[in-house]
Design a protein around this ligand. Structure first.
Ligand code: NDP
Length: 281
């Protein structure tokens, strides 16, 4: 799995082909989508039209909570693979735990295990799982998730969860890696992109704040999946392999953690509030 991927949450379907095409032309070889994003079809189309061999592009997607349960999740795979028009998904993950109906979450994960052992997916994992969700999942299933995709950016670092993942050999995959969720909700946290500490480090390296944040993830062993619909930013976010942050600079960014999450509280996810129907095709 590439160290740096490309996200498409909130990328409208009619902009997804252009965005993913620009990412692939730039050099990204990992696309992160989800059944709930409504743009799997366009992601698949962009990959097919890129001329890049299928096995050179790492495709990750997510099963939404409305499709949890053993048979439902197997069918969720068929829906995603059908829209993407690919036979084998590289990484398939559960988008959220359903804390109030954890049995259903476990059954969904068992379906992922079946897909893995049948060779329909190359790896399986989870997203937004907190330590207590991982403990329960690991106790009731066989295959340790390859990744936990979680909110991590300079204003919300989740250091305890990062350590729990690492202890189990689970890769930390950072969503909103440059703090997108904080400025989508501007006024709540302010923007990581305008943070003076990050800005000063960026100036010292002749790089942008986004590049500094992405470099921070990679140097601390996290995979990151920045999103953009603008070709210049897509290229900027990929141009991070020619500089290195010092230990002091990594620590300074760690010190910006507010402990306040931008996204929904994982413990509060319910079907009643967040359930949406994932269309068949
Ligand atoms: P990001 O941290 O990637 O930030 C994206 C935002 O930053 C967009 O508004 C984008 O605008 C802007 N942007 C991108 N690059 C730059 C740049 N170089 N300079 C200035 N602004 C920039 O946040 P996301 O929330 O989009 O997260 C990234 C990915 O993580 C998602 O696409 C998705 O794949 C995944 N994700 C997963 C979640 C989960 O629950 N598992 C939840 C949320 C995200 P523009 O497009 O206009 O350039």
């Amino acid at each position: 799995m590439p160290a740096l991927g490309f996200g498409v949450y909130q990328t409208p379907p009619d902009e997804t082909i252009a965005a993913v095409s620009a990412a692939l032309a730039t050099g990204y070889r990992h696309i992160d989508t989800a059944a709930a994003y409504g743009n799997e079809r366009e992601v698949g189309e962009a990959i097919r039209h890129s001329g890049i061999a299928r096995d050179e592009v790492f495709v990750e997607t997510k099963i939404w909570i409305s499709d949890y349960g053993y048979d439902e999740t197997l069918h969720g795979f068929d829906k995603s693979a059908g829209k993407l028009r690919i036979d084998r998904i590289d990484l398939l993950i559960l988008h959220q735990a359903l804390p109030g109906e954890f049995d259903r979450t476990v059954q969904a994960y068992k379906a992922l295990e079946k897909l893995y052992t049948d060779g329909r997916v190359r790896a399986i994992g989870v997203s937004n799982f907190m330590p207590e969700h991982l403990t329960r999942l690991l106790a009731e299933t066989e295959i340790v998730p390859a990744v936990n995709q979680i909110e991590v950016h300079p204003y919300f670092r989740q250091s305890e969860l990062l350590a729990v993942d690492t202890e189990h050999g689970i890769l930390n995959q950072a969503w909103s890696p440059i703090g997108g969720i904080t400025f989508y909700r501007d006024g709540t946290h302010g923007s990581t992109l305008a943070d003076p500490v990050i800005g000063e480090i960026a100036t010292a390296h002749g790089k942008s704040p986004a590049q500094v944040m992405l470099r921070w993830h990679l140097q601390q062993g996290r995979q990151a999946i920045p999103k953009s619909v603008r070709p210049a930013r897509i290229a900027e976010n990929f141009d991070i392999f020619d500089f290195e942050l010092t230990a002091g600079q990594l620590d300074a960014i760690d010190g910006l953690d507010t402990g306040v999450r931008g996204g929904p509280e994982p413990a509060a996810i319910t079907l009643e509030q967040f359930g949406i129907e994932i269309p068949e095709a």
